[in-house]
Design a protein around this ligand. Structure first.
Ligand SMILES: *Cc1c(COP(=O)(O)O)cnc(C)c1O
Length: 427
């Protein structure tokens, strides 16, 4: 598959049926797998042979879909997880432990921010957050001797900042640690972070990859390029024997392209069990088959809506990296030449009160906390996700009370703009 374009990988990657086998990927709805002898199963437990024994660790349906996502991102190996949260936690925790430190962009999804700054802090893992637009010197200053990973989002949810992946990769590699990039918003159709130096890519497949708001899920892709053994002192979990697997050293036994995902499956999935169900993986695959057709339409609608809003006198500011006026336009031209995604945010004149009237009068765009599926939806963070904050805190968090986030779906852009126009008229 590796010679084919991303479009073909979306449709046919990950699964090639043999003679007389099902054309669509089979849903292997089985918790367990049968063996003729205990020795045969024992070899699987020892990781001496690959195969399936229990769906908490691996399931064939999930693995077919993971293999497709690995091909799409240009990675060496991948695994599915129960959610995007689990994907980011596993990707970080696979190489961090109590006493480790993470350098992270401050402009990331709220759930991930909380995961790193609160929950992982309780596990003894420290973090330094940096502005994604910081200088190389400022980024450099964030590293410590115990830094084990650098984290950022290609297009941040909800701030819509665009990450300078090369700048972050260069800093990470200068310190002998990998760059982990959450590529949920652009998807590999619009950006493949590994081509720009990222080592691990994560996804909330709940968003555009599924694309229909049907199944929660996540994915982790390893580029297979980071040389763990060259920095063995930093990554003992990968580079020294694992007592829970008879002394296997993952980086030796599974090599540069297999160690990360094998350890993540054999240890973290075994012990924490955040698996995706084969049913969800099947639904995710249906979404992936049309991702390359849907993403350009999300971008077309996002661009049209952003341009309409920018010209409207009741709108004071629009954030969308496809607009020439946007702070991230130049960097988006580099990393997202075909556009980013369908999510736009904008500020209304008249703050909270204007936002309330506007939201109430929308007919097509539903009020939802979700983003990135086929149906357009809107959210006013000040009255929903961020409602515990006062006006000052809202401004500090970059979500002034009149800010609306709109996720443009796959409807006709004329209808979306007409809906916006009539709701803006009511203010
Ligand atoms: C939604 C989201 C997540 C969390 O994913 P879930 O599937 O909801 O657990 C992580 N990162 C980004 C960028 C997201 O948009």
């Amino acid at each position: 598959m590796s010679d084919y374009s991303i479009n073909t990988k979306c449709v046919q990657g990950g699964y090639t049926p043999g003679n007389g086998e099902p054309r669509q990927i089979p849903i292997i709805q089985s918790t367990t797998f049968k063996y003729e002898t205990s020795e045969a199963m024992g070899r699987l437990f020892d990781l001496e042979e690959s195969g399936y024994f229990y769906s908490r660790l691996q399931n064939p349906t999930c693995d077919m879909v993971a293999a497709k996502i690995a091909e799409m991102e240009g990675g060496a190996a991948a695994m599915l997880t129960s959610s995007g949260q689990a994907a980011n936690f596993f990707a970080l925790f696979n190489i961090c432990e109590s006493g480790s430190h993470i350098v992270s962009s401050s402009s990331i999804y709220g759930g991930t921010f909380n995961l790193i700054s609160v929950t992982m802090a309780k596990m003894g893992i420290e973090v330094t957050f940096v502005d994604p637009d910081c200088t190389e010197e400022e980024l450099e200053a964030a590293f410590q001797d115990n830094t084990r990973a650098v984290f950022g989002e290609t297009i941040a949810n909800p701030a819509l900042t665009v990450l300078d992946i090369e700048k972050f990769a260069k800093a990470a590699h200068a310190h002998g640690v990998p760059l982990i990039v959450d590529n949920t918003f652009p998807t590999p159709v619009n950006c493949r972070p590994i081509e720009w130096g990222a080592d691990i890519v994560t996804h909330s497949t709940t968003k555009y990859m599924d694309g229909h708001g049907a199944a929660v899920g996540g994915a982790i892709v390893d580029s297979g390029k980071f040389d763990w053994m060259a920095h063995a002192d930093k990554f003992p979990g990968l580079c020294t024997p694992d007592d829970s697997y008879h002394g296997i050293t993952y980086a030796e036994k599974f090599g540069i392209g297999g160690a990360f995902i094998t350890k993540c499956t054999a240890q973290l999935m075994r012990d924490l069990g955040c698996v995706q169900s084969p049913q969800s993986a099947f639904i995710l695959n249906l979404g992936l088959e049309s991702l390359h057709v849907r993403m350009p339409r999300h971008v077309e609608n996002g661009q049209a809506v952003a341009e309409f809003l920018e010209a409207h006198d009741k709108v004071t500011k629009v954030n969308y990296s496809g607009l020439k006026s946007d702070k991230y336009y130049e960097i988006a031209q580099k990393y997202l030449p075909n556009g980013g995604c369908g999510v736009v945010s904008f500020e209304l004149k008249g703050g909270r009160a204007a936002a309330e009237v506007f939201m109430k009068n929308l007919k097509l765009a539903a009020i939802e906390t979700h983003v990135a599926d086929a149906r357009t939806c809107c959210l006013n963070p000040a009255t929903s996700t961020h409602r515990q904050m006062n006006e000052e805190q809202l401004i500090a968090a970059g979500v002034p009370s009149g800010l609306v986030r709109m996720s443009c779906g796959l409807e006709d852009k004329k209808d979306l703009i007409a809906d916006l126009a009539q709701a803006l008229d009511k203010i």
